[in-house]
Ligand binder design. Sequence first.
Ligand code: FAD
Length: 379
Amino acid sequence: MLDWLIDEVREFASQGTPTLAGLDEGAAAHAALALLADEGLLAWTVPERDGGADTGELCEADLVSVRALSRVRDELAYHSAMLDVMFVMQGLGSFPVALGGSEALRAELLPAVAKGELIAAFALTETGAGSNVAQVATNARRSETGWILNGSKTFISNAGLADFYTVLARTSGEIGDADGLSMFVVPSGVEGLRTENFEVMSPHPIGDLFFEDVEISEGNLLGEEGDGLTLAFGTLGRFRTSVAAAANGFARRALDESCDRLLEREQFGRPLATFQALRFDLAEMDTRLRAAQLLVEEAATSVDCGELSERSVARAKLYATETAGYICDRAVQHFGGLGVKRGSVVEHLYRDVRALRIYEGTSEIQKLIIAKDVLGGRR
Ligand SMILES: Cc1cc2nc3c(=O)[nH]c(=O)nc-3n(C[C@H](O)[C@H](O)[C@H](O)COP(=O)(O)OP(=O)(O)OC[C@H]3O[C@@H](n4cnc5c(N)ncnc54)[C@H](O)[C@@H]3O)c2cc1C
């Protein structure tokens, strides 16, 4: 299933990746988005009814297919972290609109997202609200014509690049009250919105957002007032599995790099691939990767089939991202000094894969989800 899509993405990514080399982060992000748009791949991040790809039998609900997203991300990540992040952010940033936007708002934004004409971003995290999003303090109060937002967000992918942000803000209750949160679309050009970028360890457009009396219209509220966490978790529930798939793509590349190096490099008069200790490593890497791929397949299929699958999604995210960390680390070890030399493939894979254990719910948060379900919600 979807083999034709994987072949298309493989060919596209292997040709597109070299054209991004040497560009600074902003230029690389724009170039990556343009490549993805030309290839028509961004359509997989938006529901068909809103201008996205035809998911046919893949997905029961009229929404994006997690299996398709996962296959695309696995292949993009194998070649380029930047192609991967620019692909998925279109979906993550715009999916709250697909879930809760009026028909007019969906028609205005989503077909353009699917073509790469508008860039989307998803803004939940704040300095005081990380793993616990109920701590969101950015507030939105009613005005005569809509809403006025004040506060700030941090670690927002596509900050400064995006044309609009889907923003979680408090419309009632105290900090910590999960029911008092709502979600809004905030256009980037609006008065009072400022962005500041910073760097993370792997190329990734990211930064802070500051809202100072930012006025938006009533129609920019997504869903009903108080629906914020339902929309945010509905979005994460659909995209989290694809983080695991991207981790598998990075890990698969690291394993391929290891194999090539161990076959080619000779020490003590023979290829490194003939030493049993290193062969055991390859076997361990391969087996763990396959287990991670199967967990992704299970989680993606269950979400596409409309099943309640929080536990299988959490298992996939936890295991695949942790495994990718292990595999990329072993690959660095197999390269010896070259493994840490700036610019080598395994050196950047080691950095590229690290943040996946943190964003869209840390490994510890995935464990809490799994344990709660294992205990049947009894504690
Ligand atoms: C590259 C990158 C891109 C990102 N992009 C976005 C984005 O586009 N939009 C967005 O909104 N956010 C984004 N984030 C933010 C990300 O979602 C948060 O960093 C993440 O949710 C963790 O929050 P925190 O950093 O505040 O860590 P904290 O919540 O402070 O956690 C710190 C540590 O404590 C652990 N911990 C916390 N609570 C518990 C608990 N109850 N039990 C056990 N351990 C616990 C965590 O697992 C973690 O190890 C991004 C982050 C990164 C690194």
